[in-house]
Design a protein around this ligand. Structure first.
Ligand SMILES: NC(=O)c1ccc[n+]([C@@H]2O[C@H](COP(=O)([O-])OP(=O)(O)OC[C@H]3O[C@@H](n4cnc5c(N)ncnc54)[C@H](OP(=O)(O)O)[C@@H]3O)[C@@H](O)[C@H]2O)c1
Length: 307
């Protein structure tokens, strides 16, 4: 097994690069990708571009209808699957469907997410962003890991966010995963996005003697449906504030397509990317002990859905 690379060469791409540009010249025929949240925003563009480059894309959305409609809207080989990430039985059923396809998974792109729910919402007695953004993907990745290991050099790509820096003190509030001892919309979103980065970090440690890599990323600030839960005036004010740094959806999907496919990242694992280049995330997102603890606690919570 080649040694793990933690210092890839600087890429020729930047914040203006698009998903098509970062994959130009890359032939993905014979490869399979799974993209969650394939029906909207960055997930839809990622599926479109990977399929255009020849990959078979398994497109996951909350319902079979949404997944089928999204898959039908892009050219190339796609297979729709239902995956409601906040429902652990749905995630388990999705992974069973994908197992039945009996194909190695070269790229597992955990893209779906919800952001900044204004009021505390729960599922299984746990805060909903943590459940959807982290635990749903935690089950999916663990259940599909044998298929990723079957690929010659599988890549696991976790959508985090620069908002991971807004996670509360301590990073993950293990004693307040319900959110009942204090809730803030951005703190909870930040915690869930930190969890995405920590999960990739822990996977990269756990898989370091295999050919599978795991990385996380911030895609930039892009006007998608992600803001749907934000309330009117606040949403408008934030939009105006963020306008100068906004990028288009094709630009927003670039970093995940780059991390999932680019040959220069062979063997690169355990990093956090932004603008198609590695970046240093928060101290919590680099904390391997915190990452291990998150995995252990997540396993305890979702235990019987992993088997
Ligand atoms: N846009 C940005 O500025 C930005 C910045 C940093 C990070 N990100 C991250 O980028 C990723 C993609 O976001 P986006 O901007 O493309 O947002 P988007 O357009 O809202 O897409 C999010 C996707 O996630 C799906 N999803 C939401 N809840 C789900 C659930 N419970 N089960 C399964 N799927 C669910 C949505 O499905 P429905 O359409 O059915 O709800 C949709 O397909 C997210 O992880 C987000 O945190 C985005």
């Amino acid at each position: 097994m080649a040694a793990r690379e933690t210092n890839p060469p600087k890429s020729a791409f930047n914040r203006r690069s698009t998903a098509e540009q970062v994959t130009a010249g890359t032939d993905l025929s014979g490869k399979t990708a799974l993209v969650t949240g394939c029906n909207s925003g960055l997930g839809l563009e990622t599926m479109r571009v990977l399929a255009m480059r020849g990959a078979h894309v398994i497109g996951a959305a909350r319902t079979q209808e949404k997944a089928a409609e999204a898959c039908a809207s892009v050219k190339g080989k796609t297979t729709p699957v239902a995956c409601e990430l906040s429902d652990f039985d749905s995630v388990t059923a999705c992974s069973d469907d994908v197992r039945r396809l009996d194909t190695p998974i070269d790229m597992l792109i955990c893209n779906a997410g919800i952001m900044a729910l204004p009021r505390l919402e729960q599922r299984y007695g746990l805060e909903l962003q943590f459940v959807t953004n982290h635990l749903g993907h935690f089950i999916l990745v663990n259940r599909l890991l044998p298929q990723v290991l079957d690929a010659p050099a599988g890549r696991i790509v976790m959508l985090s966010s620069s908002a991971h820096q807004q996670a509360p003190k301590g990073g993950i509030q293990f004693d307040n995963l319900s959110g009942e001892d204090g809730y803030s919309a951005w703190g909870a979103y930040g915690q869930s996005k930190l969890a995405n980065a920590l999960f990739a970090l822990d996977l990269s440690e756990r898989l370091k003697d295999t050919s599978v890599t795991a990385n996380s990323l911030h895609p930039g600030v892009i006007a998608t449906n992600l803001g749907r839960n934000m309330e009117g005036l606040f949403s408008m004010a934030l939009g105006v504030l963020l306008l100068p740094m906004m990028r288009t959806i094709p630009q927003g999907a670039a970093t995940q397509c780059y991390v999932a496919t680019h040959p220069s990242l062979d063997g690169v694992s355990g990093l956090y990317f932004s603008d198609c280049n590695p970046q240093t995330p928060s101290k919590y997102a680099r904390d391997k002990e915190l990452a291990r603890r998150l995995t252990e606690v997540s396993e305890e919570i979702v235990g019987n859905h992993l088997r």
